[in-house]
Design a binder for this molecule. Sequence first.
Ligand code: DGL
Length: 273
Amino acid sequence: MNHQSLAIFRPIGVFDSGVGGLSVWRALRELLPAESLLYLADQAHVPYGARPQSEIESLTHAAAGWMLDRDAKLIVIACNTASAAALPSLRLRWPDVIFVGMEPAVKPASERTRSGKVGVMATPGTLQADRFSSLVRRFATGIEVHTQICPGLVEAVEAGQLDGPQVESLLRACLQPLIDAGVDHLVLGCTHYPFLSPAIQRIVGPDVTLIDPAPAVARQTERRLHECDLLAPPAASPSLSFFTTGDPVALALAAERLLGLPQIHVDQAEIAT
Ligand code: DGL
């Protein structure tokens, strides 16, 4: 076997500050069942959302270096906040590595809205980044884009709270301004939020369409692997590995709760920034 034929069996690295990237992991598994996936959660530092951009950037660089040391053939930054802070500098530092990043789905929401009003739920880090203002400038001309930070939601999902009175009141506080503004499309601009979709949909009602970018990210990953001749063959038997900088037991429980994966093995990752 030559080098390229072995490369196709290397894993896709999937990185998030915590369990949110599992919403992208799920979309990758559905679209690319032959691919090995190496999931890394930086739960020692979650949440990223309110940290300074420079700190998020250096944590994300450390995570990318760790995944490259473990032979990732492509890295999905399955975190809007980390993508906003670090994607350009990751691509400069590792020009030969394929990075697939995330951004709030302002473009599809703006194309589909009938009311001309779209909502975006995301972390402060994502909404304050240049990447977000450039997205709005390029794709939302003439559209009202209503942004909303959602304090406490990432922590709730990390703790496995997807419903109940506490989550309901956090959600009502951040969704009411968007409901009042009359948005008809709501972008889930943080990978933790799709796990709250049933509760969000119940509050905003059936006339508001939620947009989860995870399936589009999976399709982009497939396109990039295809372009680079790096897709695993259909008969490959993939390995699925999980690492966290936090508590391995907590990530295993979260994977069970959020994805229905029973008793996965999770290892501890030591990452030096
Ligand atoms: N899941 C991350 C995102 O998509 C952010 C969560 C955090 O604040 O750490 O933005």
